[in-house]
Design a protein. Structure first.
Length: 84
């Protein structure tokens, strides 16, 4: 097990996540609070439909790339709003 303060973890988060994925338990501490990073494989037989829905929302979320047409519409709308 490895304990790291939140302040230290900010600069090495991807490394800590990779270590957790390889099986090491990482404990992030912030004063008297702590959170543990542990690898876990999702099991469709056990995991709830709510979790599945949240994961699907994350995958299909607003970070998905926009098409050029969607970008054009968004930019036109923003320009119209800025102009009054």
């Amino acid at each position: 097990m490895k304990a790291v303060s939140i302040r230290e973890a900010q600069s090495q988060l991807s490394q800590l996540v990779a270590e957790a994925c390889r099986g090491e338990t990482i404990v992030l501490t912030d004063g008297d609070k702590s959170v543990t990073l542990e690898p876990r494989v999702l099991d469709p037989e056990e995991d709830s439909p709510e979790l599945e829905a949240e994961l699907l929302k994350a995958v299909n979320g607003p970070h998905a790339p926009y098409s050029s047409e969607e970008m054009r519409v968004i930019c036109d709308r923003i320009l119209r709003e800025k102009r009054g």
